[in-house]
Design a protein around this ligand. Structure first.
Ligand code: KG4
Ligand code: ZN
Length: 333
């Protein structure tokens, strides 16, 4: 069995072939960072246009790396939301056209479900139930996952997503886009204790909030406007900001472990590529005897292998989409 996954939800065009045991045969990601970085964020119209240009070449490459043709594909799994509507339209339209022309079954996958399923692409797969933290550019949510398709949301961000906060802070510091990997790297050079940025723990809630932290960084940056090109100061701000984000994410997961009495945790989404987060979450998991599942760095950020992996489960359950599938910008899990 070969599932062809397609993801075009944001600014990456991706296609991947995954087999029936969740083994990745190929996983191609065409990044649009070069196009968007001069604007300091994603320009939706430019993203859609690039998806149109790249969708065939990326699918072609995924198939040829897997030594397969479209006729060898068992089912086509496409991300239909949430995301940028123009971007989603390209992937969905393409997948529907191929499914119709070749008579291949179509599967519709929620992008957030895809992120959770990235954990199943590793050799060591989580058993149910587990807690899943999705921390990405568009979402920061915590779920209890009881089984395939059984997700209950414990909390979500009330304002900025963690990745969005990283990107906005990087812009304030003049560091470029996307901000997460740049701040992650710079944070190693800085002292995380230099600035005592706020941590919104929101007691009695599993919700998150990062806008106060972002504002605190903005105020600090304005105090240092004269020496903002001083790398040591920027590194200290980056390290102090990262430490505040990581503290909140780790503490919330720790509360959920205690409150829900669940001993397995899956990290997913672009921010779970963060070195500081991976380190602190691993320490907490070690202290509490928790099994922690962190996808490899390449599978934390957007990719089509995770969409194929989630699609594989839907296919096995007979949960197919029809050819009138429409993408949705807003699509809760
Ligand atoms: O999951 P993803 O690729 O796309 C969405 O679904 O949003 O996540 C992208 C986000 C961006 O905000 C990016 O800055 C952040 O993930 N990110 C990171 C790191 N790598 C990517 N944030 C912190 N540390 C990183 N190493
Ligand atoms: Zn994503």
């Amino acid at each position: 069995m070969h599932i062809l996954g397609i993801d075009s939800s944001c600014d990456d065009t991706s296609a991947s072939v995954v087999d029936e045991s969740y083994t990745i045969i190929s996983n191609i990601v065409s990044s649009q960072t070069e196009i968007h970085k001069k604007y300091g964020g994603i320009v939706p119209e430019l993203a859609s246009r690039k998806h149109i240009e790249m969708i065939w070449p990326v699918v072609d490459e995924a198939l040829s790396k897997a030594c397969l043709k479209l006729d060898d594909i068992t089912a086509l799994s496409v991300c239909y939301g949430p995301g940028l509507i123009g971007s989603l339209l390209i992937g969905c339209g393409f997948a529907k056209a191929i499914a119709y022309a070749k008579g291949i079954p179509l599967i519709a996958v929620n992008h957030l479900e895809g992120h959770i399923f990235s954990a199943f692409l590793d050799n060591n797969k989580p058993e149910f139930p587990f807690l899943a933290l999705i921390a990405s550019g568009g979402h920061t949510s915590l779920y209890v996952v009881e089984g395939f398709g059984m997700y209950s949301e414990l909390g979500r961000t009330r304002d900025d997503a963690a990745g969005e906060a990283y990107d906005k802070v990087a812009k304030l510091l003049g560091l470029g886009y996307p901000g997460g990997p740049i701040i992650d790297k710079l944070a190693h050079e800085g002292n995380a204790r230099t600035f005592d940025f706020p941590r919104a723990y929101l007691p009695e809630s599993f919700d998150f909030s990062f806008s106060g932290l972002k504002n605190a960084v903005r105020l600090e940056v304005s105090k240092h406007s004269k020496d903002i090109s001083n790398r040591a100061i920027i590194a200290d701000i980056a390290a102090s900001f990262q430490s505040a984000v990581v503290d909140v994410l780790v503490r919330k997961v720790e509360w959920a472990i205690v409150k829900k009495d669940i001993k397995r945790v899956v990290l997913s989404g672009g921010v779970s590529a963060n070195n500081g987060l991976r380190k602190k979450m691993s320490e907490m998991a070690g202290e509490r005897g928790i099994e922690l599942f962190m996808p490899s760095i390449a599978l934390c950020t957007d990719n089509a292998a995770m969409i194929a992996a989630a699609g594989l489960h839907h296919f096995k359950s007979g949960n197919l989409a029809s050819l009138d599938l429409n993408p949705k910008a807003y699509l809760p899990l």
